[in-house]
Design a binder for this molecule. Structure first.
Ligand SMILES: Cc1cc2nc3c(=O)[nH]c(=O)nc-3n(C[C@H](O)[C@H](O)[C@H](O)COP(=O)(O)OP(=O)(O)OC[C@H]3O[C@@H](n4cnc5c(N)ncnc54)[C@H](O)[C@@H]3O)c2cc1C
Length: 296
């Protein structure tokens, strides 16, 4: 299976999409029915999230398999180690390798907000760098992506320190960095500059989330500490939530944001799809002209 280290040496920008395993059987059937539509786009891989809370963890690898069969591109599982034992991590990695998977998005995961007794220091894995090092020690079959936070992370708002923590993950063996979603490219560009200055020289891939319903995006950004530029917020709020007018503004913005990032030479765009095929269809369809080989 093609690895991140090969994928990101292509001479064109890499377009990838993130999806999540639905919670219900009905949602699962619905997703599988629609997934094959993605075949018509030049996607390079599809990643599948891992429910840190436990509800859909067992379905991540099932959905990765469906991606490979139905979309015909590498499926990449996410994995979070928060609260997991070494045995659980080994079991997940072994299953992924047995399925012929070549890549993984490795994350520490969020500290459970509903468990006041949760102590990070009691755990087998306290931070992402420990997970990355463990994966490397356990198998050489998986290339590893890690998370990056252009606007800082809730547990570490100091951006300079955040870069030092990111560097630990790179030194532990990460092949690429995929960032948290952001709506102001200047945050990403500053983050990239700081990372490069700190000696980080692996691909840093921006994560982008199309806006189709602003109330939904507001919930998400409040959880992950992402800011929405005032002018964008005002123009979205001037429209009815989720209306075609609001969707048009949101998608135009995402397209403009992606264009600017590609012009800045990013190695690719990772689209947080929220399983919204309308967004993926429109965005990837319109990005197609922008992902021709560099210099073509
Ligand atoms: C691309 C991407 C995909 C994601 N997919 C999922 C998913 O599928 N499921 C899910 O539940 N969540 C997912 N998340 C969210 C992620 O789990 C949370 O953001 C989590 O809180 C951080 O995980 P991490 O591996 O980036 O953590 P880390 O890199 O461990 O960082 C966590 C915090 O600890 C600090 N830190 C790191 N190392 C050290 C150290 N050595 N000493 C002190 N402090 C340190 C960091 O600055 C940061 O504040 C994703 C995030 C991204 C960016």
């Amino acid at each position: 299976m093609i690895k991140f280290s090969q994928i990101y040496t292509q001479t064109k920008p890499i377009i990838s999409v993130e999806i999540f395993p639905p919670k219900t059987e009905q949602g699962w059937v619905h997703l599988c029915e629609r997934m094959s539509h993605l075949r018509k786009y030049p996607l390079d891989f599809v990643s599948v999230t891992y429910g840190a809370g436990g509800s859909t963890q067992d379905r991540t690898l099932d959905l990765v398999q469906q991606v490979q069969i139905q979309v015909g591109v590498p499926g990449v599982p996410h994995f979070t180690s928060i609260g997991a034992t070494r045995e659980r991590v080994c079991a997940f990695l072994d299953e992924a390798v047995a399925q012929g998977i070549g890549n993984i998005v490795a994350l520490r995961g969020d500290i459970p907000a509903n468990d006041p007794n949760f102590l990070l220091n009691d755990r087998d894995f306290r931070y992402g760098n420990e997970l990355v090092a463990f994966i490397h020690q356990h198998t050489d079959q998986l290339d590893i992506a890690v998370g990056g936070y252009p606007e800082g992370h809730g547990q570490c708002p100091d951006l300079a320190q955040g870069i030092e923590h990111l560097k630990l993950k790179v030194e532990a063996g990460a092949a690429i960095i995929i960032t948290q979603l952001f709506y102001d490219n200047s945050h990403f560009l500053r983050f990239r500059d700081r990372a490069v200055q700190a000696g980080i020289n692996i691909p840093i891939v921006p994560g982008i989330m199309p806006i189709l319903k602003f109330s939904q995006i507001e919930r998400i950004v409040s959880m992950c500490g992402t800011t929405v530029p005032t002018h964008l917020r005002e123009s979205l709020l001037a429209q009815t939530d989720g209306s075609p007018e609001q969707q048009a503004i949101g998608l135009d913005y995402t397209l403009k944001q992606s264009r600017q990032l590609l012009a800045e030479g990013v190695p690719g765009i990772h689209i947080y799809s929220l399983n919204n095929w309308q967004a993926v269809n429109q965005l990837v369809g319109r990005l197609q002209d922008l992902v021709k080989p560099r210099g073509a």
